[in-house]
Design a binder for this molecule. Sequence first.
Ligand SMILES: NC(=O)c1ccc[n+]([C@@H]2O[C@H](COP(=O)([O-])OP(=O)(O)OC[C@H]3O[C@@H](n4cnc5c(N)ncnc54)[C@H](O)[C@@H]3O)[C@@H](O)[C@H]2O)c1
Length: 367
Amino acid sequence: MVRWFAIASWRHGVMTAALACPLEHLDASRVGRLAIRLDRAAAFPGLGDSHTQQESADRSVESHTNVDARERMLNGLERPIPDTLIDRADRGSTTPETSDTIGTTLDSGKPEGTTMTDYDVQDMVTLVTGGASGIGEATSLLLARGGAHVAVADLRLEASQRVVDSITAAGGRAFALEVNVTDETSVDAAVSAVLATAGRLDAAVNSAGVGMEAAPLADTTTEEYRRVVGVNLDGIFFCLRAQIRAMRPTGGGSIVNLASMLAQVATAGASPYVAAKHGVLGLTRTAALDHAADGIRVNAVAPGYIGTPMVMSHTGPERLALLNSLHPVGRLGQAEEVAEMVAWLVSAASTFCTGSIFTVDGGYTAR
Ligand SMILES: NC(=O)c1ccc[n+]([C@@H]2O[C@H](COP(=O)([O-])OP(=O)(O)OC[C@H]3O[C@@H](n4cnc5c(N)ncnc54)[C@H](O)[C@@H]3O)[C@@H](O)[C@H]2O)c1
């Protein structure tokens, strides 16, 4: 059996890594050839994501690839909320600068001015799990920019606090919470803390998640299966239950679960991740049916590969080229592009949407 691992290095504050290669014969050209040969079989979010919590903490805020985009997003916090639900004329440019990987640049290829919409989320109390990084962080910033009061919840409290500090420094409202979504007591406590701090819960975004090492199903350990399903599926169940219980007495709310394109199609070597994400879709649809009459909308967003730490911390130039090629648009997505869809689903602009999956994948699942 061929075993794979990641070669990591730091460059410009970004932890990057090349996935791969038989342990005995590491050489860069072989890494590239093998990575290409793996094609879709080796390509899914977080492949090789075996980092420890300490490693996660170490790569925290300074490891983000979109610092400039984040600053631009925060610049909008003090703008007046537009009269229209979506004021397209008020869009600013958030096209990220290029980000370094191992000797490679991640050129977003995204046209100027395609993000940074202002959503009607003024004064909504919103809980974002996984809010310390990637899609969760971008969503926290975008919601705060629209005037929401954001609880940034994550396993990594310090990293959450840094996101909160960015928001409050720009005039927004946010507070940090520590939560472990695999632990129902911790999830219940986090939701109770939101109610104690802000008085209610109007919306929730469940973005906490982990990737995994690639392995065929027969070689996947029980421990790995439980780790990945524990965060990516059990975590969604615990969060949904606590959030719905909190929203029901106040007339409802909107919940957005981060699924994946792998909630709709499979890829080889990722059985726990694919199973968990398919399960997220099932929970989303069922929760939507169970609680439509309570005024609670539940939807899922299915991103393709997004240039967040989950993916970029294990991606060198060869793998980046491979991942780009899997998307008809020819590039990875940016966290801010996913946040746009999430914020729209949180907002009053999407009130007829529930029980649905919204794909943001650069065409990945179209072919
Ligand atoms: N990045 C992608 O390409 C991609 C693609 C499809 C779906 N997704 C999904 O989007 C979501 C966000 O991914 P991301 O790319 O922003 O990842 P990320 O690694 O940047 O952020 C994930 C966050 O979740 C937190 N987290 C992990 N385990 C936790 C736990 N037990 N309790 C609380 N917090 C925990 C981490 O500390 C981290 O801050 C995940 O559910 C992921 O599966 C990501």
